[in-house]
Write a protein that binds this ligand. Structure first.
Ligand code: ZN
Length: 254
């Protein structure tokens, strides 16, 4: 770190839990953010300002007017621009010293797996808005033993869970939400979402990602549910499912 870095990250370095070495670790880390919508916006902004040295932003969608209500990384002059590109442009203006990669096309599960393998990713944030993507991201993160920080939000409610695949006893996303092939997901486009609720969950994802990178006891095998009406959090514990199609030792991962 040079003098400018020491000044920029000084308030982190003051924390004994982070210190010089921890900040250096963040600068040496590579975090991948899947989805640059309501969750990915605040998450990627905090990861960048915190000095995560390399970010990969994945989104194949374009910025629409209806996104601006909650997707705070995008601005009016970015309408119809790819979301990952738009996010990169905003984030670079906060921190021009980090590397930001853009994946602006929809990747197959295999292509995503290859990308992760090749680019030594340290943590993945699932900020997507559909089960198909969540299941794919879960499989790839599990296969490559990369911690997965998963968030979702609808109406006044948000959810957060961390699957730390560096630890073999960690459950996976499918242990918690098994893929029964049913398309029963609730979408913000149909049900609405109060803007700050995605902000709260996205910020929590960035917090837990930093804790994962610094080994500061990220929450484990717990689903945290936020109720924006009562402003209260509920915690549900869950365990690795021995029958899980993805992560159980009896399942075939080939
Ligand atoms: Zn599982």
């Amino acid at each position: 770190m040079n003098d400018q870095d020491l000044e920029r990250y000084g308030r982190h370095i003051l924390l004994p839990e982070v210190d010089y070495d921890g900040q250096q670790k963040l600068l040496d880390s590579h975090v991948l953010v899947v989805g640059l919508g309501g969750l990915g916006s605040p998450a990627s902004i905090y990861l960048a300002s915190s000095g995560i040295g390399e970010l990969t932003l994945c989104d194949f969608d374009k910025v629409e007017l209806s996104n601006l209500q909650r997707q705070i990384v995008h601005t009016e002059d970015m309408l119809q621009i790819n979301k990952a590109q738009s996010a990169k442009s905003f984030i670079s203006s906060i921190n021009s010293n980090i590397n930001i990669n853009v994946v602006d096309k929809k990747l197959s599960e295999n292509a995503f797996d290859l990308y992760v393998k090749k680019n030594s990713v340290d943590a993945i944030l699932d900020c997507s808005d559909n089960f198909q993507t969540r299941y794919s991201v879960n499989k790839v993160a599990f296969k490559n033993k990369i911690p997965l920080i998963s968030g979702s939000a609808i109406r006044f409610e948000g959810q957060l869970a961390i699957f730390d695949f560096r630890d073999n006893s960690s459950a996976c996303y499918e242990c918690l939400f098994p893929d029964n092939g049913e398309e029963n997901e609730l979408r913000c486009a149909d049900h609405g979402i109060l803007a700050p609720v995605v902000g709260i969950i996205g910020v929590m994802q960035s917090l837990e990602a930093i804790k994962v990178l610094l080994n500061l006891n990220p929450i484990k095998n717990k689903l945290r549910i936020f109720d924006g009406k009562s402003n209260e959090w509920k915690t549900i514990s869950f365990k690795k499912d021995k029958e899980c199609a993805i992560c159980s030792s009896s399942s075939d991962h080939s």
